[in-house]
Design a protein around this ligand. Structure first.
Ligand SMILES: [Zn+2]
Length: 451
């Protein structure tokens, strides 16, 4: 402080006090002018933010709002959310709105994939074991980046990704990169590593003493599974994925892994933190334990019986049948669909799907994509129709139902205030479900994505 004062007095000493005063007054005025200019500019910026919202009006032939199909409806998007939806005459269109004509198209909510593995690619390209054991984490991430883009451009604006299968917590990193806008991709619900019982999960190697990377995190006992659930949530899991049974031991036959008590505590810990629980299950007993534990969704469900489906219905547990994965794996084993007779696994899938529908179980749309190519997510929807579901119910399953089951409160429907995740497809998918593959436009969070 002192040296400055000294300098000031020295400075003043050279000049006439009158001139000094004028200079100081001038400096003061300049400072005021600068402040005034800055304030005006800041005011302008603030004002711009207030009024400069982006409006986009979609004029499709019809709108599927997540529940019903409506002809003659329009949708108005403001920034990243739905501002208005309904009969064309009921919508007040701002003068600044950009109009997007979608003649011949259906506008629907961005679809939600219920069961994906962005870190896997089809097993007929490289076996699951070899992907986990020999592909570098960098390669797996590079693949996941391209898978994420393909998924989004196919109209799937959200995925529930059920395990990285040996790629650690990289799904959380991928999700972060998408959220930061580094790469295009869907919104992600991550399961991170998934939880398996010791000894039950692959890759299984010939030398039994060899300690190799596993496709899931091994955990055992009440304390062990509690620790794994908490640790995965801590690393970013939105959903806890547990393998309640698996092909296990020398006979390689599917058998239950965790006890009912272990599952109960895992579900309690996960749900009390606000997370949902998805379980892989292929056996009757595994499913029975999962239902008793109160999980959110059962994946595959090949052990389903009419009685178990009734219990699922009663407890509000949804089934994610993964028809497309069963069919894809059968073709990788040599089945030629439409030429050869249906293999036992496919026949059985028809049976459990029919029984689940009869019992009124909530059915999620989730194909286990990754087993078959990312971007071909809609394959599951086509099969759901083939297996006996009405197209409109399949559309509901892939939008509002998945959103409700996964706890996504502002997605899966076109409603005022909901997030602007939309997809336009050519044709009417309620008449011909194949239309969901004719994607014309994809919007996520108010941003339109294209190749
Ligand atoms: Zn899976």
């Amino acid at each position: 402080m002192h040296p400055i004062k000294k300098n000031q007095s020295t400075y003043r000493g050279y000049l006439n006090p009158y001139v000094v005063n004028i200079i100081f007054m001038l400096m003061k005025s300049i400072r005021l002018i600068i402040i005034a200019v800055l304030l005006t500019y800041a005011g302008h910026v603030i004002a711009q933010r207030k009024t400069d919202s982006t409006y986009i009006l979609f004029k499709p032939d019809r709108v599927f709002d997540g529940q019903q199909m409506h002809t003659g409806w329009w949708v108005l998007v403001k920034d990243n959310h739905i501002e208005a939806v309904g009969d064309a005459a009921s919508i007040t269109v701002p003068a600044t709105a950009k109009i997007i004509e979608l003649k011949g198209s259906t506008l629907m909510p961005g679809m939600i994939e219920g069961h994906s593995h962005l870190f896997l690619h089809p097993y007929n390209e490289v076996s699951w074991d070899d992907q986990v054991l020999t592909e570098s984490r960098a390669e797996r991430t590079a693949r996941a980046v391209t898978h994420a883009k393909a998924t989004l451009l196919a109209g799937f604006t959200t995925v529930r990704d059920l395990g990285t299968e040996g790629a650690g917590y990289d799904d959380v990193g991928l999700k972060t990169a998408i959220e930061k806008g580094v790469i295009p991709g869907p919104r992600m619900l991550c399961a991170t590593r998934a939880i398996v019982a010791t000894g039950s999960y692959g890759p299984k190697v010939l030398v039994s003493e060899a300690d190799v990377i596993k496709g899931g995190e091994e955990a055992d006992g009440i304390d062990g599974i509690t620790h794994a659930v908490r640790s995965q949530i801590g690393h970013g899991a939105d959903v806890v994925k547990i393998y309640v049974d698996y092909r296990w031991g020398l006979d390689n036959t599917a058998a239950p892994t965790f006890t009912e008590d272990e599952l109960k505590v895992a579900v309690q810990v996960a749900k009390s933190s606000g997370r949902i629980v998805a379980v892989h299950s292929g056996t009757e007993e595994g499913m029975r334990r999962a239902i008793a534990a109160g999980v959110t969704t059962i994946e595959h469900g090949d052990g389903g019986t009419p009685e178990l489906f009734r219990l699922m219905k009663d407890k509000g547990i949804a089934l994610c049948p993964t028809l497309a994965a069963t069919e894809a794996i059968s073709t990788y084993h040599g089945w030629k669909k439409g030429i050869d007779a249906d293999p036992a696994a496919v026949k059985h899938k028809h049976y459990i799907f029919t029984e689940a529908m009869k019992a009124g179980v909530t059915i999620c749309m989730g194909g286990d994509v990754g087993v078959f190519p990312h971007g071909d997510n809609a394959r599951e929807m086509l099969l759901m129709v083939d297996y006996g579901m009405k197209p409109i119910d399949v559309l509901r399953s892939a939008t509002s139902t998945n959103a409700a089951v996964f706890g996504l409160k502002d997605l899966g429907n076109i409603k005022t205030g909901y997030l602007a995740d939309l997809v336009a497809v050519t044709g009417n998918p309620a008449e011909d479900i194949k239309a969901v593959k004719q994607v014309k436009l994809v919007m996520k969070d108010g941003i339109i994505y294209s190749e």
